[in-house]
Design a protein around this ligand. Structure first.
Ligand SMILES: [Zn+2]
Length: 240
């Protein structure tokens, strides 16, 4: 019993953060975006298995979605609400109102359903490829637009294309972001603001499902802490 309680406590130090994009059965995603499209009919059983695993291991599940596809509102949010799963939506603000994308009103509805809303830039550009000024402008424009829509501060961010380096991380944390989501796989440690995310796409599913069965131990914690250091030496890229 004591061992079970200890395990539950240790498990709660971690969470499994999953990332999705367009979930529409007929994709709204175009061109390069199609690489991260997964129809909801394929994603839902995977999410169901991850939720069942989360209940077994005691490691909370959080589902995030990037790029403001309208499936966030019509497909993902109802699933999250139905199952009581935490969610975060990362919105490139210049995408709002485009065909197949969320509107500002949709973002307010999603926030009203209890989903967190986070910054994903304004233009959806690779922050590591920009000058300091351009990078700060893109983050600030995206953040201000969301804060205006929601009428409150926004302190979550996800790096576009999963690309980040030490400069990007340090600057985002200095700007007061509480969490910075990447596209690197692994369990997220609650006490570390840089959140590994496990992107659902064809090819990644076996690895994500295997991770869902893990409770997390000192090796996962060390990986979370060391990732920050490893960015001192190289920039890291991932999925859209
Ligand atoms: Zn993106």
């Amino acid at each position: 019993m004591a061992a079970e309680r200890a395990k539950a406590r240790f498990g709660a130090r971690f969470e499994l953060v999953v990332g999705v994009h367009d979930l529409a059965e007929t994709p709204d995603a175009r061109d390069d975006e199609l690489a991260s499209w997964m129809p909801f009919s394929e994603a839902e059983p995977v999410l169901g298995r991850l939720l069942a695993a989360s209940r077994r291991t005691g490691t909370p599940l959080r589902v995030t979605s990037d790029d403001a596809f309208r499936s966030d509102l019509h497909l993902l949010a109802p699933w999250l609400v139905r199952h009581g799963v935490a969610g975060a939506i990362f919105v490139p603000t210049r995408f709002l109102g485009r065909p197949g994308r969320l509107t500002a009103d949709d973002v307010r509805v999603l926030a009203g359903l209890g989903l967190e809303i986070g910054v994903h830039g304004a233009r959806h550009v690779d922050w590591t490829a920009l000058s300091e000024r351009e990078f700060i402008d893109d983050v600030t424009e995206g953040r201000r637009a969301l804060e205006q829509i929601l009428g409150r501060p926004v302190d979550l961010a996800a790096v576009p294309f999963g690309r980040f380096d030490a400069r990007v991380l340090d600057r985002l944390l200095a700007m007061g972001f509480r969490e910075v989501h990447t596209s690197r796989p692994g369990l997220a440690l609650a006490s570390v603001p840089i959140k590994p995310r496990n992107m659902l796409k064809s090819g990644s599913l076996p690895a994500v499902l295997a991770l869902g069965d893990r409770r997390g131990d000192w090796r996962d914690a060390a990986r979370c802490r060391l990732r920050r250091l490893s960015t001192r030496f190289r920039s890291i890229g991932g999925a859209p």
